[in-house]
Design a protein around this ligand. Structure first.
Ligand code: PLP
Length: 414
């Protein structure tokens, strides 16, 4: 179980809305910092722990900066994300470029910034060298389809995933890179997404640590770090339990001793590239009810739509909804909560039990801090909303303005 909170009272929220009209996403600095602290604490046993915050979750330099001040780096997978990282002051090996199908300009910028480059394919060694030059520290993304076969119900089917190198290729890759003069290496994988179960993270760590030993035994390469990827989930439903970071940390510690240290690999850093678990529960989409419609079902119409939050329509994802000032009201009504796109899947909730809703009510859609605003789009000419930040001081700052029609027409040649 977990409690669904919102950091502002109804009165405080109404004051914010006077200044910044709905819809908007609002992020809570305090929660973001707490989330990172929790992750860091889970890995406090390792000498060198690195979190490269997955910028794609919440691509706003203000957010990156909050995490960077506490010691996090970035995980970037596009040119724009590299530029966001740079603007937030995160450069050098604080950056890990984990992209796929990577264009040359992205490699160039990453090399210019001194980033750790994490390659998605063996052919990218040559492509990188030709187009951008080689980095000081190189990593490869492992696709563990050889171990996690089709029947694995925990992680899905790595064999169907476009990412990463096979086991054979990865061993070959280190050899090629070493022959080219690279001396510092890391190893990466990313196989889970929105995962809550401890055992998944332990299985990933075990596979990665065993591969690190194989790399040492076969090639004599002592890896500098093992990056376990992101994928730490959050409990979107009130009935779900959050990731048990203590158990994850302790379990991985045990495997670290048992597999790495006992094989003479004592100083390998542990890296993660968590996005969702850093910002997911620290963001809310705030929206005003503009219509109520009763036909074959009861519909609540919001001033936002799936252009502001795509997850429910795209994955059928659950996002908890509360109504400002009616947090404790009985759930007497059943509604579909909809946006205004000409798509019938533009629904934030279907058959959801909620208190009786009036036009003008403020709906709070929870857990939108990661992969929320970030996934926004302009279909139907809908504009992306503003992003606000509730700072630890209590001040609310607009950290991205809402798009305007001028923005929408700016790319037209007419
Ligand atoms: C999306 C992504 C992440 C972050 O995933 P979360 O589920 O937000 O933790 C990390 N690494 C890579 C390579 C990704 O594509």
């Amino acid at each position: 179980m977990n409690e669904k909170n919102f950091p502002l009272s109804n009165e405080e929220l109404r004051e914010v809305i006077k200044k910044f009209p709905t819809p908007f996403h609002i992020y809570d600095e305090k929660t973001i910092r707490k989330n990172f602290q929790q992750l860091r604490r889970a890995f406090s046993w390792v000498k060198d722990f690195r979190e490269h915050f997955a910028v794609k979750a919440t691509p706003n330099p203000h957010i990156v900066k909050i995490l960077a001040r506490d010691g996090a780096g970035t995980d970037c997978s596009s040119l724009a994300e590299l530029l966001i990282s740079e603007r937030a002051g995160v450069i050098g090996e604080k950056i890990m470029l984990t992209s796929n199908d990577t264009p040359a300009d992205e490699f160039k910028k990453a090399i210019e910034l001194g980033a750790i480059i994490n390659l998605d394919d063996i052919t990218h060694i040559d492509y990188l060298e030709k187009n951008a030059g080689l980095p000081n520290c190189l990593s490869f993304r492992y696709n563990p389809a050889d171990i996690m076969n089709e029947g694995n119900d925990i992680i899905g089917k790595p064999a169907e995933a476009k990412y990463g190198l096979t086991r054979k290729q990865i061993l070959e890759g280190y050899k090629i890179a070493r022959d080219k003069g690279i001396k510092r290496f890391g190893l990466h994988t990313m196989v889970a997404s929105n995962e809550l179960a401890t055992k998944t993270f332990l299985l990933t760590a075990q596979i990665m640590f065993e591969l690190a030993v194989e790399i040492k035994n076969q090639l004599g390469i002592n890896l500098e770090f093992v990056n376990l990827g992101g994928g730490f989930g959050i409990p979107y439903r009130p009935t779900e339990n959050p990731v048990d970071f203590r158990a994850v940390g302790e379990g991985i510690h045990e495997l670290y001793e048992k597999i790495l240290v006992s094989n003479g690999l004592e100083n390998i850093a542990i890296a993660t590239e968590s996005g969702r678990a850093m910002t997911g529960n620290a963001g809310w989409l705030v929206s005003t009810v503009i219509h109520e419609k009763n036909t074959y079902k009861n519909y609540i119409g919001l001033d936002s739509c799936m252009a502001n939050l795509m997850r429910p329509a795209m994955y059928g994802a659950y996002h908890h909804i509360t109504i400002a000032g009616k947090e404790n009201a009985p759930l007497t009504n059943v509604y579909d909560v909809t946006g205004s796109l000409c798509e019938n899947n533009d629904k934030f909730a279907i058959d959801r039990q909620l208190p009786k809703i009036e036009i003008g009510d403020i709906l709070i859609i929870h857990d939108t801090g990661a992969h929320g605003h970030a996934m926004g789009f302009n279909y139907n000419g809908k504009l992306r909303s503003a992003e606000l930040l509730l700072k630890e001081s209590g001040e609310v700052e607009m950290i991205r303005r809402a798009e305007t029609l001028d923005d929408y027409f700016a790319t037209l040649n007419f």
